[in-house]
Design a protein around this ligand. Sequence first.
Ligand SMILES: Cc1ncc(C[n+]2csc(CCOP(=O)(O)OP(=O)(O)O)c2C)c(N)n1
Ligand SMILES: CC(=O)[C@@H](O)[C@H](O)COP(=O)(O)O
Ligand SMILES: [Mg+2]
Length: 589
Amino acid sequence: MADLLKKINSPGDLRKLPKDQLKPLAAELRKFIIDIVAAKEGHLGASLGVVELTIALHYAFNTPQDLLVWDVGHQAYGHKILTGRQDIFDTNRRLNGISGFPKRQESIYDTFGTGHSSTSISAALGMAIASRLKGEVYKQHIAVIGDASIASGMAFEGLNHAGVSKANLLVVLNDNAIGIDPSVGALKQYLTKARVGHKPAQDNIIEALNFKYYGPVDGHDLKALLEVFDELKAIEGPKFLHVITTKGKGLKKAEEDQVKYHAPGKFEPDTGELLNYDTEGLPLKYQDVFGLTLVELAKRNEKIIGITPAMPTGSSLKYMMQAFPERAFDVGIAEQHAVTLSAGMATQGFTVFCAVYSTFLQRAYDQLIHDVALQDLPVVFCIDRAGLVGEDGATHHGLYDIPYLRCIPNMMIAAPSNEIQLRNLLFTAQLQLKHPLAIRYPRGRGVAAEWELPFQQMEIGKGNCLRKGSEIAVLSIGKMTENVSEAISKISEEGKIGHYDMIFIKPLDKLLLQEIFSEYKKILTVEDGAMAGGFGSAVLEYASAKKYKGEIMRLGVPDEFIEHGTVKELQEIAGISVENIRSVLNSML
Ligand SMILES: Cc1ncc(C[n+]2csc(CCOP(=O)(O)OP(=O)(O)O)c2C)c(N)n1
Ligand SMILES: CC(=O)[C@@H](O)[C@H](O)COP(=O)(O)O
Ligand SMILES: [Mg+2]
């Protein structure tokens, strides 16, 4: 190795290299990414797939004057390393370290913050139109977007607008035929045809949208990439380059199992062998309790349908897709469509379980209100990754679902505090529900070793008293119930603290609350979501209506964005760790 990478502190350094050194540089960059991600974890396959594309873009274009936007941003590790963050790349996704996604505050080369998909075309178009207005006609604006992300509604909206603009926009489609799971849909089929050499000349969708279409080009061929970029630079207006790459390129195992190596955890850097931890005896992940329970229910109830927008593996809907392929759908990165599709099926008497991460459901807010709640359709939203998710950081925490759902009429919201409750809620949801129901549960493992207990119907809007106390009532939901129990167990003064697992945020258990108001002078609410408008707010509103005279304190995520780190570290920062809760309780006693 010639130690080329060490000398690259900026794209300016890169552009000084002769072209024949770019291939060895690509090999070094790939090894650098593999070595660090193997030890520190993170998104692997996507970044390995765009090593040559990243080098070619920064070599051919004049970044940061030319503006480069990475869609989702999970593939931007090479970009980060070439743009001055090589020395700190080992802090990727760690507390106080660099973010796993492009971030404007982090670097002038990160022109737009990403994490959620399909924003790059709109953002780069916005920049391109702004450049024209400022008279900066020499600037290039480039959106790099994947084949799964371009199939999302928002990407089409951007293409549709760009096609009637004169904006100096280049859309680079990084087509590796896979998202996290295999890409789906008619556009994917069309792109596959283009890949295998059928030049879709006459009926080129992209040209129909007034883009100049180039490609397909081998995205691992640096020479070909540089040639086409040089050609494209001279062309004004919207243009589109179709690049074919292999996700996980350069690490055999990552190429062979692209789903697993999207974000593989720790692995042996030379072989790609995963360092599997012994999970024997550990509780199952909540997502698997959801996925496996749904299959069990679907066997008994043929009206059950499962829908996921592009997260079959992450949500574990894959189990139902395998067992009942006609009744379970991956609709691609299309959260809005997923919600309205669910609503449509619900009008026809089906019980739809729509599995979406909390953070991605933000995309479908109007659909929740207009298509589901307003028509009072009993769709079941299985909201995974609720609460702090850890290393993915601010773009991915599921902190807003309680406030954004709580204000929607007809919407019911539950937050199970263990796997058995999750199972029983799923069971209850398919028993002729009258209204839409959101069930929110966290990333990671549950708390109970035994979860496959016989189903029991749950009463909607009913909480549980876990222990009675004489002074303070702690009201918790979901994952926080575990933290509160542990905090109480660490308090020496016995018998003073009562603990209530409320389970339902809406409808609130008003009977139980009235009992609590009459028995306790102090109340503490604890939630793993934004406090503004959250569960504690709901309790405060009811307490105010009932003229409760006691003191109510709330713990939850404050009104600020929480960055990346381990869930434990972030709970400390947000003030909802076991230790924080214990200390607040001690001060209240
Ligand atoms: C709105 C939204 N929904 C879902 C996701 C989760 N997600 C992250 S990457 C990804 C797949 C992206 O695939 P593609 O665009 O083809 O890029 P590749 O990973 O192949 O590089 C998905 C579904 C997301 N980031 N944003
Ligand atoms: C980049 C992206 O949005 C996904 O890959 C996300 O990181 C998945 O999160 P989980 O690891 O929680 O499934
Ligand atoms: Mg892809």
